[in-house]
Design a protein around this ligand. Structure first.
Ligand SMILES: NC(=O)c1ccc[n+]([C@@H]2O[C@H](COP(=O)([O-])OP(=O)(O)OC[C@H]3O[C@@H](n4cnc5c(N)ncnc54)[C@H](O)[C@@H]3O)[C@@H](O)[C@H]2O)c1
Length: 253
């Protein structure tokens, strides 16, 4: 691929790239020419996804990061920088999706969800933005929140939706503070996607508006990846602090 949508010669780091939406994002970024680096707690699946891409002629790799641990994030980012170079793209994709009904919910679950879904992306943004600024080439940060923030929800998502609200706030604050370094920060809100994580999520029956029939049908990981690739591209240099839902047309359902 060439032109203003090409990521040839650039490095993209994707958290949670070993599964589901993240794996779709990693594949799309690699197909756009990037060296796609998976940062995941599941080292085995991350290595497998990276190997599948390299066997098809793309550039890919993997580093171990546990987003719940600051020391793991600092160590993993240092390793990624040393092995692959400064990322042009950071995608804060990894997230937990378990559900608890509000009236039965626990502080422990809130804290676990918040640590991985909000605090982890904050620390990833801090570490990678420092490297992007030192590299002097600008960069792209894309955060994966959720269409639950705009009503495409199901029961049991109080901790989850709140953690994604924090991620949305992080996007706005970091877009402001990083704009002077030519680093853009944008947010994608996926609707329901049948991923391993979504299917295995613990909790009460998934009832709610998100179950409505969608005019454009259910999204696949590659549909979410398309929006990420746009925000990640050199073409999107004048776009920051924006939010786009990829939700099968939920708002007109
Ligand atoms: N699937 C959906 O319907 C849907 C809808 C809206 C938003 N999202 C969001 O999209 C993102 C990806 O979701 P998915 O459905 O592909 O999930 P998934 O569970 O299939 O994949 C998540 C990946 O994140 C990794 N991960 C989990 N905890 C981690 C940690 N502590 N440190 C590092 N990596 C960790 C997992 O190993 C896995 O590879 C999440 O942020 C999720 O909230 C998903």
């Amino acid at each position: 691929m060439s032109g203003q949508f090409s990521l040839s010669g650039r490095v993209a780091l994707v958290t949670g790239g070993a599964s589901g939406i993240g794996a779709g994002i990693v594949a799309a970024l690699a197909e756009s020419g990037a060296t796609a680096v998976i940062a995941d707690i599941n080292q085995r699946d991350a290595e497998r996804e990276a190997a599948a891409l390299t066997s098809r002629g793309y550039r890919a790799g993997a580093v171990h990061i546990d987003l719940a641990e600051e020391s793991s994030i600092v160590r993993g980012c240092t390793e990624a920088l040393a092995r692959f170079g400064t990322p042009w793209v950071l995608v804060n994709n990894a997230g937990l999706q378990d559900r608890q009904l509000l009236l039965e919910a626990t502080a422990a679950e809130w804290d676990r969800m918040s640590a991985v879904n909000a605090r982890g992306p904050f620390l990833m943004t801090r570490e990678i933005a420092r490297a992007m600024i030192a590299g002097g080439q600008g960069g792209r940060i894309v955060n994966i929140a959720s269409a639950a923030l705009i009503g495409s929800t199901i029961r049991g998502l109080a901790a989850y939706t709140s953690s994604k609200g924090a991620l949305l706030g992080l996007g706005r604050a970091s877009a402001f503070e990083l704009a002077g370094h030519k680093i853009t920060v944008n947010t994608v809100l996926p609707g329901g996607v049948a991923t391993p994580g979504a299917i295995a999520a613990k909790g009460p029956a998934a009832e709610g508006p998100a179950r409505r029939p969608l005019p454009l049908g259910r999204c696949e990981p590659r549909d979410i990846a398309a929006a990420v690739c746009f925000f990640a591209s050199p073409a999107a240099r004048c776009i920051t602090n924006q939010v786009i839902a990829v939700d099968g047309g939920f708002s007109v359902s």
